[in-house]
Design a protein around this ligand. Sequence first.
Ligand code: IVH
Length: 676
Amino acid sequence: MNAAERAARLRAEIAAHNEAYHVFDAPTIPDADYDALVRELRAIEAEHPELNVEDSVSHKVGAPPSTLFTPVTHAEPMLSLDNVFDVAELRAWSARAAKTLDVSSEELVFVVEPKIDGLALSIEYVDGVLARAATRGDGRVGEDVTENVRRISNVPLTLSGNVRTRVEVRGEVFLAKSDFVEMNQRQREAGQKEFANPRNAAAGSLRQKDPSITASRPLSFLSYQLVELGGASSFTRYVETLTQLATWGFLTASETTTELGATAMIARSDWFEEHRHELRYQIDGIVVKVDDLAQRTRLGFTSRAPRWAIARKLPPEERTTRLRNIEVSVGRTGRVTPFAVLEPVVVAGSTVAMATLHNEDQVKVKDVRPGDLVIVRKAGDVIPEVVSAVSEPGRRRKPRWKFPTTCPACGSVLERVGDESDTYCVNPACPAQQLQQIVHFASRGALDIEGLGEQRVAQLLGVGLISDVADLFSLHVHDLSVLEGLGELSATSLVNAIQGAKTMPLSRLLVALGIRHVGPVAARELAAAFRSYQRIEAASFDELAGVAGVGPVIAASVVAYLSEDENRDRARRFEADGLTMVEPQVRTTLEQTLAERAVVVTGSVEGYSRDGAEEAIVARGGTSPGSVSKKTYCVVVGEAPGASKVSKARELGVPMVPAGDFEILLESGSWRTQLA
Ligand code: IVH
């Protein structure tokens, strides 16, 4: 294929991807692969100027608007950003800008902000009133989405104070990561196709014919550009415009900083790379802008992007790879989960060779088959998952994968209950379930027995040293000499770790037992109310259900668990082996400032881990439920809060307390400042 043919092929491919992404909100390849195609086309065009035709897709932004919405011609074009892919290219960009301005790049002031992976929106205000809102479209003509935008809760409908007759506020419509996860969870439960990523979910939610659908989705708008129409700007620096936007009530990125000089600017962009997972929105890069508006004018634009700004793209969190096979694993509750065996690929900085497919319905909806090329996503510390298959025209696919009918571990017939999407192995003696139960027993949130991971447990089961968690406590160092790869020193540490677990608090033991519905929160409530395992065994259903935060479902599950002989026998063995099975008395010297009060924490609170903040509330007599309701006393809003909790609190009029007042809240049960 010669260069002209390759360029033509690339243009056709890019145009098709543009349409899938911008018109149908359903990209078929990861952004990074798309970027690679555009880069290849640009490289060919640079090398062969005769191929660099005016209307090549390489000069265009987005795709023409769909016919679903009325077209809107932007008063000023909505441009895109040029990309760089590493620090060297970023430095080169700043050096070029500095050269044009005839200054040193260490003298330039840069604004560094997150590149939010959402969709661009321009909102026009006439005399301070929201008049029209449009998507970017092809940069020149976008789509009229005014009615939908009016229903985004954090978009101001009017601007007060210092407003020009006509302004356009531009920014990004996005879904917070936590809201995206929740939305996909709901899609999954409803047996519907999941959204590929927060951007698609946001785009799909905004570009709805029925504005009430948009209203039901937790969309947010973040602004990063003020366009003043008619006359000269009233500002000299970009950061002043950001302050103006914030004063009008627009959300701006709290992580944005100004940096003097390229070195500081690059360091800040590295900070974003390091902390990208902690932000509440998905970012696909960092945007660096020259702050001085007069300097911006001198730098000007290319046909598609400003020269005064650049996007540093971050390594992708989605990659394509080949799906080798689909297998299933059996969990401690007997749930059978399909997972993908992949050709290993580096995603978000770590090698991924397996990814979850959640359940039978998801495999069907996604229609991924062994042999397919698939998109794998890994965001932060989330379990990697297969998003979708990539279509490969002309390639013969294998037949659809079938969910097994029998358990791969014990051979018993698998069951799907009612309209749930999950499949279970219901054989209580299934070795795979036993293995996972023991692994869970020793895991971090449970008895936290160091050195007792899946491999070690499998070995112990394999040689017949244990068959139940209760067998662990009578293991001796000399028993372990039969285990391959375990020296005497490690064997001693393991036995010590097991013996050390005997005095773990009752709440941890309750978690470790894996009683249905008894998670860390219920376990703490039960342990605090009854203080010993024996007292829980002696409690009636009503007594259990009467504990705050427990309720009938959990109580019934505990009663069912305790009524089984096997479980009662196990408890007797624990007693005989010297497990304490009590909850240590909490310090009662702390004043119960939050007695009977439910305090919800969202986002991270400085100085506290997630559990730590909850424990501090519990130590003050309060509870810390996971969701906001009418009964919530207040919501503590930390860094990167969940948008759904915040909007729920607003809706119900529950006070929102900044994390800076958390200590005061603990000490006095009240606060200094309250968020609007
Ligand atoms: S500035 C003329 N700032 O990225 C400059 N864009 O790839 C206009 N984006 O079209 C854009 N975060 O949709 C800017 N902090 C940010 C951004 C941002 C996300 C999006 C925006 C833009 C695209 C370019």
